[in-house]
Design a protein around this ligand. Structure first.
Ligand code: CA2
Length: 144
């Protein structure tokens, strides 16, 4: 089984700015922790980050031919992108939405997610552990 991890806009800044909100792990650190757990779970994993909505949508479409599910931190597109929702709905594979912070405890505009109602599950607020918990959930969901 194989999954793809998608990091949305600005997440390449991880560990370099706003550590009080997003922690001190860099994106490479996060990807390394995901890769280690994926190996334990017997999963293949590939990762993708983009600051561009269309690139994220193209990746969902292309990767859908070779993966069994997605672990997605859509960043700010969580709160704005009907197009990313449509892309994930259209490929008919399970995905888990994860966030480092708890968006519901922040500004009001972060309370709406266009993705959560079609996600297999959501994990918010545990820093890098959100990705690892989400990966475990996704693995169980795809029967890995
Ligand atoms: O908590 C999360 O994981 C978010 O998806 C992060 C997004 C934010 O727009 C969502 O509401 C919640 C922001 C990602 C920006 O990442 C940065 C990392 C370090 C420094 C600055 C931005």
């Amino acid at each position: 089984m194989k999954i793809a991890v998608i990091h949305g806009p600005n997440l390449r800044l991880l560990g370099r700015r706003e550590p009080e909100v997003y922690g001190t792990d860099t994106l490479d650190d996060v990807n390394g922790k995901i890769a280690a757990l994926a190996a334990d779970l017997g999963l293949e994993v590939e990762t993708f980050q983009s600051n561009h909505e269309g690139e994220l949508i193209d990746f969902v479409d292309e990767a859908s031919a070779r993966v069994d599910g997605f672990l997605v931190n859509p960043g700010a597109y969580t709160h704005t992108s009907i197009a990313l929702r449509d892309a994930l709905a259209g490929v008919d594979l399970p995905f888990v939405e994860v966030h480092l912070s708890n968006p519901s405890a922040r500004e009001a505009f972060r309370r709406r997610s266009y993705l959560s109602s079609i996600a297999a599950g959501v994990v918010y607020g545990f820093g890098v552990e959100s990705y690892l918990l989400g990966l475990r959930g996704l693995a169980a969901r795809i029967g890995a």
